[in-house]
Design a protein around this ligand. Sequence first.
Ligand code: HXC
Length: 510
Amino acid sequence: MTDIIKELEKKREQAKLGGGKKRVDAQHARGKLTARERIDIIIDEDSFEEYDMYVEHRTNDFGMEKQKYAGDGVVTGSGRINGKLVYIFSQDFTVFGGSLSEAHAEKICKVMDMAMKVGAPIIGINDSGGARIQEGVASLAGYAEVFKRNVLASGVVPQISVIMGPCAGGAVYSPAMTDFIFMVKNTSFMFVTGPDVVKTVTQENVSQEELGGAKTHTSKSSVADGAFNNDIETLHEVKNLINLLPSSNREKSTNNKKDFQDLSPDYSLDTLVPDNPNKPYDMKELITKVVDNNYFFEIQKDYAKNIVTGFGTVEGRTVGFVANQPLVLAGCLDIDSGKKGGRFVRFCDCFNIPIVTFVDVPGFLPGISQEHNGIIKNGAKLLFAYAEATVPKITIITRKAYGGAYVVMSSKHLRGDINYAWPSAEIAVMGAKGATEILYRNEIKDKEKIEKRTQDYTEQFANPFIASKRGFIDDVIRPHSTRKRIATALENLKDKELSLPLKKHDNIPL
Ligand code: HXC
């Protein structure tokens, strides 16, 4: 028995060495942590239960039978993040460049299956040269098994991908099918074909960073949801997100309701909206003043900045926030914000997270490029997502809510549960100036007359009362009471039940 225990200890110690000291040093020299160091940071102390530590690859081609490493380039298991159960895999770049073999894929699939069975989030730390070249199609089959599980797990348990090194070729499609992707600045990249292939095929010269680095994917492609400075910061942010998310779609809603939460009025909100309707203000100020401890976890903060999306808690309950941002494009909806907002709303709906929407939207962004690139279908993504969402939906119009964009932004007509307006709200078909220029086209040259008409229109229509008279707005509330009103609405709606007509699945405009 003692001998076996000794043997076991030896095997464990060996497995922990990964691809050996030289390769570990090289990993550190690049500013990257090893697979196990990453797990140590993200998982609560003493809670990691490792599986398949002794698994080895089964290839005999290319002299591979002489190169075997316990664990085969990926560390897998379960653990707790601030007490919450998660399943995790962390690719070990020091073993065959973290490349995916058949056995490596089987290990990943095992933890994915467990996470699905018990209803716990899956975290995948990616740092890999892609398919294990020595294994050929067996490796491709392994990827396919992972992809299939990504799809089956979608909407069942939250899936988070953390890109901490290379992620290239078909390998990118596993993270692409997860809920959130976080990248590390300067040390991670994702692309389907690298700079050399790009040069050969299109004669374009591009660096790895420019083609698929963190900045590119968080600001241009929207493939990634956040980028952070180094491994440690990134892993801590993933922990922060996990704290906010439910473990699975079986959880009704995440509720860490504390005994006491300060709901006292915030009078600074009464002056947030400037008197001049053309002056912008920062919608994030409103969000941070509404959430507990002013803590807002923003998703896709560098992409489509005209719409803000992210999570926070109100009285301990997790809420998904969607808000037009008057500071960027005057808060107009466009192609990018339609995609960003639509995806976020759908995530919340999958996982029973109530949605709070702050509206200040002058309409859809006009332009040839918007039309030619599909504002119709992309704008419809947000509309569709709001209309199908059955989670509690609370909407607050702070200023403009014009035309089709008014309808899109979680209006009463799309089954908004509680729809409030601030006194500064202007709910109308369009802005007063545009409206009078159409209605009184024959007077357009008479500046004074048009100005008077605009003023009349503003007085008559640019307010929250016409919509309130019809019941499209449940109440006109004082800005300083916003947090309290949201907290009450969330409490009242906590047992909301609403279902959709029976169907296999919908056909959202993709
Ligand atoms: C086997 C691999 C490997 C791979 C890297 N290694 N990628 N072993 N299969 N795919 C090994 C290297 O041989 C080396 O071994 C060690 O990992 C580190 O690699 P380096 O090249 O020294 O590191 P670096 O200079 O940092 O470059 C990293 C890299 C590069 C950019 C990832 O290794 C690379 O381009 N690898 C090949 C990438 C690739 O073409 N993959 C297949 C893509 S196709 P030693 O023993 O020296 O430490 C694909 C299809 C998926 O993935 C389809 C899914 C449907």
